[in-house]
Design a protein around this ligand. Structure first.
Ligand SMILES: Cc1cc2nc3c(=O)[nH]c(=O)nc-3n(C[C@H](O)[C@H](O)[C@H](O)COP(=O)(O)OP(=O)(O)OC[C@H]3O[C@@H](n4cnc5c(N)ncnc54)[C@H](O)[C@@H]3O)c2cc1C
Length: 447
């Protein structure tokens, strides 16, 4: 399996001329944009997807690959339950290997506080009739043979799974293209055009395209495009790091968090491994934007953040200069291929936590590693909305490091919503306007 940077012998039609007019223009060729394009194309809509870089070059190929319902905010659970239903037959639907394994998800409690936290989530599971259970320490041992770290049981959901992030968005893009969607890489959206309160088109680097509906699924850049419309979205950026290892003896197909480490094992024996306990915050002037939303959370979540004063600060200052590439590209496009270095110290810690927990994996080595920029919102849940002002604007963003699992249902829901005017489920808690209304609750987790 390739790393995100090298995976794409792409579905690109980058030399294609843009259509003059489409039913729906989608900004951003990540998982959300590509899944939405597939379901819309299937429903017969004329669709354009543009990405300022390559299909799934950002978060959507850099994820751990956990597909989990458990431990989510209640607002996300019904969507995730529906998403699992799609995942089960998605390889068949897309006629593609997606690395799907339906072997469950397990969060192992290393201390009393973790155990209490996991146990308290069981009430959410009950509300939604989920198959989540609390395992005893002995049951955890059976799921994770040879586990040697301290443990007090764990939260387990058998219906959860895992899939391969480098494959999924691309498969959606390829099938969407076969159904007639225009998928165009290296073509950024400069702005969304609105007349009399109605979206009328998108201004791109290669010219203007008329569209009565524009889906803004631009990952960490979404807040910039919305700002051009006068909409303020308190979206921020943190950095996660993931590694892939050598093939190792079979341990388990369960997506697992244990001993401060997140990992999943593929059928070829290799693992994706990450430090579960921390993300990096590479401080820039941009982090002072929307600070009022985050300040109350920083203390409560201080153990989860590594604040770094590093090259990102200088890069940010440079990008603010009128002669920089980011400034010349314009607010909506900004940085085309952000450099996202992995945190090697964090990975070393994750590997030592992994090997301490599984002495039988002592010879497992890292063979590849990458960083990924994660878009967060202050309430820890995304915006998924196709009923906004201006009319015709749909937004899918702010997935706070757990949107990969939701991608299929986000695409399907937005497509239904755009096509029929009805999302098919209650999406009120995920509406865009909640920030302007000040109707924002504390996050159950930030990423
Ligand atoms: C390290 C890491 C680990 C993660 N682990 C998991 C996990 O295990 N499970 C899980 O469920 N989720 C996980 N996630 C989260 C998940 O990957 C994301 O929530 C999801 O992929 C978001 O998809 P997206 O389409 O919204 O954004 P992205 O994949 O970031 O796509 C946005 C796209 O928009 C494009 N774009 C931006 N601006 C413009 C513009 N102006 N014009 C045109 N194109 C533009 C970008 O080039 C990019 O390709 C993880 C994320 C990271 C980074």
């Amino acid at each position: 399996m390739n790393s995100p940077e090298t995976a794409f012998a792409t579905a690109s039609t980058s030399r294609d001329l843009l259509p003059r007019e489409v039913d729906v223009a989608i900004i951003g060729g990540g998982l959300m944009g590509c899944a939405c394009a597939y379901y819309l194309s299937k429903a017969g809509a004329k669709v354009l997807v543009i990405d300022k870089s390559i299909i799934a070059g950002q978060q959507s190929s850099r994820a751990w690959g956990f597909v989990r319902q458990q431990s989510r905010d209640e607002a996300e659970v019904p969507l995730m339950q529906a998403s699992i239903g799609i995942w089960r037959s998605l390889e068949q639907e897309l006629q593609s290997d997606l690395g799907w394994r339906n072997d469950g998800c397990l969060f192992v409690a290393g201390n009393e506080a973790e155990r209490d936290g996991y146990e308290s989530w069981l009430s959410v599971a009950r509300t939604f009739s989920m198959d989540t259970v609390m395992l005893s320490p002995r049951e955890v041992e059976k799921k994770l043979p040879g586990y040697a770290a301290r443990q007090l049981g764990g939260l387990f959901t058998a219906s959860d799974g895992q899939a391969e992030p480098t494959l999924v968005a691309r498969a959606f893009a390829m099938r969407a293209r076969e159904l007639g969607a225009h998928i165009v890489e290296q073509c950024g959206a400069k702005g969304i055009d609105v007349a009399a309160g109605q979206v009328v088109g998108v201004e791109t680097e290669r010219g203007y395209v008329k569209a009565k509906t524009v889906v803004c699924a631009a990952g960490v850049t979404t807040f910039r495009l919305l700002k051009l419309l006068g909409i303020s979205l308190p979206q921020q950026l943190v950095r996660g790091t993931v590694a892939r290892t050598t093939s190792a003896p079979k341990l388990s197909g369960i997506s697992t968090i244990a001993n401060g480490v997140g990992f999943r094992q593929r059928l070829d024996g290799s693992f994706n491994i990450a430090d579960d306990a921390h993300v990096d915050v590479d401080m820039t002037l941009g982090h002072f934007r929307a600070l009022q939303w985050y300040a109350p959370l920083l203390w409560a979540h201080r153990k989860s953040f590594r604040f770094n004063l590093n090259g990102a600060c200088l890069t940010d200052l440079h990008q603010r200069m009128p002669w920089s590439q980011a400034s010349r590209s314009g607010t909506g496009i900004h940085e085309r291929n952000p450099l996202i270095p992995p945190n090697d110290r964090g990975l070393a810690k994750a590997m030592s936590g992994f090997k301490a927990a599984f002495p039988g994996q002592a010879s497992t080595q890292i063979v590849d590693r990458w960083g990924g920029g994660i878009d967060v919102l202050p309430d820890g849940i995304p915006v998924i909305d196709a009923h906004t002002s201006p009319r015709g604007l749909a937004v899918a963003t702010g997935f706070c490091g757990h949107g990969f699992a939701m991608g299929p249902i986000v695409g399907k829901t937005l497509a239904n919503w755009i096509d029929s005017g009805n999302p098919g489920m209650d999406m009120r808690q995920l509406r865009l306007s909640r920030f302007a209304e000040g109707d924002v609750k504390a996050p159950s987790s930030l990423f």
